[in-house]
Structures are given as structure tokens and as C-alpha cells.
Design a protein around this ligand. Structure first.
Ligand SMILES: Cc1cc2nc3c(=O)[nH]c(=O)nc-3n(C[C@H](O)[C@H](O)[C@H](O)COP(=O)(O)OP(=O)(O)OC[C@H]3O[C@@H](n4cnc5c(N)ncnc54)[C@H](O)[C@@H]3O)c2cc1C
Length: 416
């Protein structure tokens, strides 16, 4: 297979000098010991340099094993597997994961490393399912940390942003499989959001609102209900109108790439993501940014961003509002904060977007907004560090597992 030299969106060209796909943990250990600089590469869906290195890119795509422990309700997976490969396999065996991102194409290891999330008031990020992590550190030593036995290091290592080692396998907690029905509503007025934000996001297992920031409204509300437990499906949702045809969240995009809607029940893995595995998710040529604020500040933060709508909308495909439950992972954007995530899918117009992001970051600064690690942001590293109470412990963990800085890069240690 030809080696990809850019990320999925094509907005970032990797600087890695070499790309290797080892087939065993021993081979990874040998590679780490013999290379001065390296970094694991997942499915290339990040929008910034987080996955890059000037040395060797290690792809885990030959490590995709799956070992199910039905009694303990866990699965241990090779770090190269994607959610699109794992989820149907689990479903056929009667199990589910608690949540999924908007797309199934990403690797489990890459998603957990960046605190990737879906939506749902009660749903923490995807890393929350991890109960054990095995990785080769920067000196080539293999470690296994579990939630139960190593809580001190575990919560710093799972959302590790690729800087602690090469993850070789992860164990994930499972639920019994479940069915979800997804309904899309159009035109939910922001006034309603002002008074009912928690109620709107509590209306389903996973709720997403989309907006172009014009007209003081969400263009679409995607409500994913567990069935039969949450099967009530009103024709009107807080004043928004139920749709009788499938829709794509981006204007002028065909709905065939989206998971089935109109309240038709289906397996969790075919409803929780917005996009299907066999199609290009979202738009393709695009940029993404996302900021996490405490949910209690959610409407104030929405209003702050809305005040920039004349700057934002011309360069935007769509924005998405989701909720993420708090967790304990040191670098999770929802660390100890039930969060509202304000997402931007931008047109591929970086010169304009890079001027707008500082304005958004300034408006969201009073809410101590944390940017998504895998998306585009402009705030200085010192500001980033100040947003995470355990950042210095994470840096100590990096020094512990990678004392020679083989996994370091400008992303983690930007020049002052
Ligand atoms: C169309 C689209 C939709 C998206 N939707 C969502 C969404 O709904 N929610 C959300 O939160 N994010 C979303 N994202 C962002 C995406 O989830 C993250 O970029 C995620 O990290 C991508 O996983 P990946 O496998 O492509 O990892 P990569 O981008 O390749 O790598 C990400 C990080 O993980 C590290 N990594 C990967 N594998 C390993 C390993 N084996 N060991 C150690 N470190 C490793 C890399 O070094 C890097 O630091 C979306 C992105 C796109 C392009």
C-alpha cells in the first residue's frame, strides 16, 4: 500500500522520514530502541501536527487482534483496529461500547489518545471505556497499566496524545448490545436553548445540534434514543419539526453517507455515529476545531460565539453542539467538567480560519474553554497548560516513560 504523506483532510503534510508497519510487539520494541525519533500514527484523522514526527511513523495496522472476555464484559484489542471494524464484531457477539464518535473510520488507539468523544449527558469520552493499556515506552520497555492497579499513571497515560509510548493493545469495558432510533428535527430556536439546554440534551441517549450561527437557531437536532427504553418520538422537539426524509448535517451534501434516521431502530454502531463506514464522512476537504466549556456555561458560551457569526459563517460548513460527561483522565477536554463541546467544520480556508480562531478563543476564554487536542486551535501552549490542573503531572509522566524525548515533537514542546 502506498504511504500516505498527509492527514486525512489533506491540510497537513507529515514530516516523518520513514513509515513502518511492524507485525509484533517485539518488532515495535526493536524499532523504538533503534530510532532516535518516532510516533504512532493511527488513521490520520487529526487536523494538526499531533500525530507527526521528524523521525519514524509507526503504523499499528497489522495489530488488530480481538479477545473477548464475555464474563468480565471486556474486549482486548490490538491498537490498529478501527471502531468500524470492532463495533459490528462486538454487536454480533451481543456486546456494545458505551458511545462512538461521529465517524467509525478512526482507530481505537488514536481516538482514545486524543479524548475523542460522541454526545450524551451521561456519556464520557471514548477513553472512558479503557480499563487497561499496554504500550512500549520511549526506551523500548513494555508496560501494562490498569485502571484498578495503577490509577496514578493510568489516568495520565490513556489520553496520552501519543507522547508516552506506542500503544499496542487496549482493554475496553462493554455493555450488552442495544438498539437506537435516530430522529432529525429542523429549526430549533436558540431562545428555547436559553431556557431548556439541559432538557434538550437529556432528551436522548445522544443529542447533537447543528448550526450555521445564522437566524438564532440550530438548523438540525439529531436525537438518538435507546429503544424501547426511550422510544417516545414527538412530531415536534422543543418547537423543531421532525423530518420525514434523511438529512446530511452539511448543506448541499447527500444523506446517503449518513446513518439511518426517521426513527427506524437499528444496532448502536449503525446509529450513534452520524456517518457510515463505507462512505466519506463529513465533507472531506475541510478543517475542524472544537472547544469544551462547562455545561453550566453552555448557553453563555453559545451566545459568545454567536456574536462572531458574521466572521464565522462565510468560512463554515457547519457547527455542532454536543455534551460530554466529566471524567478523570488528566488530559481529557472534559477532565472533571461536564462539558458542552462547540465544534466547527470549516471550509478548507486556513488563511481565514486562522484569523477567526483567536477571536473565538478570546470570546470563550472566560469559560476556560479547552480545545480538542486533535483539531485546529491557536492558543499558546502556556494557556493550554493552565487549563489542565494535572498538566505538570502529565509532563512528569512523559519524562518518566520517554526520558530521551524520542516521542517528543513541536506539538508537545512548541518553540517559545
Ligand atoms: C471527519 C472527522 C470526524 C471527526 N469526528 C470526531 C468526533 O465526532 N469526535 C471527536 O472527538 N473527534 C472527532 N474527530 C477527530 C478524531 O476523532 C481524532 O483526530 C482522532 O484522534 C483520530 O484517530 P486516528 O486513528 O485517525 O488517529 P491519528 O490522527 O492518526 O492520531 C491521533 C493521535 O493518536 C496517537 N496514536 C494513534 N495510534 C496510537 C498508538 N497505537 N499508540 C500511541 N499513540 C497513538 C497519535 O500519535 C496522535 O497523537 C473527527 C475527525 C474527522 C476527520
Amino acid at each position: 500500500m502506498p504511504v500516505e504523506t498527509t492527514n486525512w483532510a489533506g491540510n497537513y503534510t507529515f514530516r516523518a522520514a520513514e513509515h513502518v508497519s511492524p507485525s509484533s510487539v517485539e518488532e515495535i520494541q526493536h524499532l523504538v530502541r533503534s530510532r532516535p525519533r518516532l510516533k504512532a500514527l493511527g488513521r490520520r484523522h487529526s487536523f494538526n501536527s499531533i500525530a507527526d514526527t521528524t523521525g519514524t511513523h509507526i503504523s499499528l495496522d497489522r495489530l488488530k487482534s480481538t479477545t473477548l472476555d464475555s464474563d468480565a464484559r471486556t474486549v482486548t484489542v490490538g491498537a490498529g483496529i478501527s471502531y468500524g471494524e470492532l463495533a459490528p464484531w462486538l454487536d454480533r457477539r451481543g456486546f456494545a461500547l458505551h458511545n462512538l464518535a461521529s465517524l467509525p473510520h478512526i482507530s481505537v488507539a488514536g481516538a482514545c489518545a486524543t479524548a475523542t468523544h460522541g454526545s450524551g449527558l451521561g456519556n464520557a469520552c471514548l477513553a472512558e471505556a479503557v480499563s487497561a493499556i499496554e504500550f512500549v515506552d520511549g526506551r523500548g520497555n513494555l508496560h501494562k497499566l490498569t485502571r484498578a492497579s495503577h490509577p496514578g499513571q493510568f489516568f495520565g497515560a490513556v489520553v496520552g496524545c501519543g507522547a508516552l509510548g506506542i500503544v499496542t493493545s487496549l482493554s475496553l469495558d462493554l455493555l450488552p448490545t442495544f438498539q437506537v432510533a435516530q430522529t432529525v428535527y429542523e429549526n430549533l430556536l436558540f431562545e428555547t436553548l436559553a431556557s431548556h439546554l439541559p432538557g434538550i440534551f437529556a432528551s436522548g441517549y445522544s443529542v447533537s445540534l447543528f448550526t450555521d450561527w445564522q437566524g438564532h437557531r440550530a438548523t438540525q437536532a439529531w436525537v438518538k434514543r435507546r429503544v424501547p427504553a426511550e422510544s417516545v418520538e414527538p412530531a415536534s422537539f422543543f418547537g423543531a419539526t421532525r423530518q420525514t426524509r434523511d438529512l446530511h448535517p452539511l448543506p448541499d451534501h447527500f444523506a446517503q453517507s449518513c446513518t439511518p434516521q426517521q426513527g427506524i431502530p437499528g444496532p448502536w454502531h449503525d446509529r450513534l455515529p452520524h456517518f457510515c463506514m463505507e462512505f466519506t464522512p463529513s465533507s472531506g476537504a475541510e478543517l475542524q476545531s472544537e472547544y469544551f466549556v462547562p455545561i453550566a456555561d453552555g448557553f453563555a458560551a453559545i451566545t459568545a460565539v454567536e456574536s462572531l457569526r458574521e466572521r464565522i459563517t462565510p468560512h463554515l460548513f457547519i457547527s455542532e453542539l454536543r455534551t460530554v460527561a466529566a471524567d478523570e483522565h488528566w488530559l481529557s477536554m472534559a477532565h472533571q467538567r461536564d462539558s458542552l463541546a462547540i465544534h466547527f467544520t470549516w471550509k478548507p480556508e486556513w488563511s481565514a480560519v486562522r484569523e477567526i480562531l483567536p477571536l473565538i478563543e478570546a470570546r470563550l476564554a472566560p469559560f476556560r474553554a479547552r480545545p480538542h487536542w486533535a483539531k485546529l486551535f491557536t492558543m499558546p501552549h502556556a494557556t493550554l497548560r493552565s487549563l489542565y490542573p494535572r498538566f505538570s503531572e502529565y509532563e512528569a509522566l512523559r519524562r518518566h516513560f520517554d526520558p530521551e524525548g524520542r516521542l517528543a515533537s513541536d506539538f508537545h514542546d512548541p518553540p517559545e
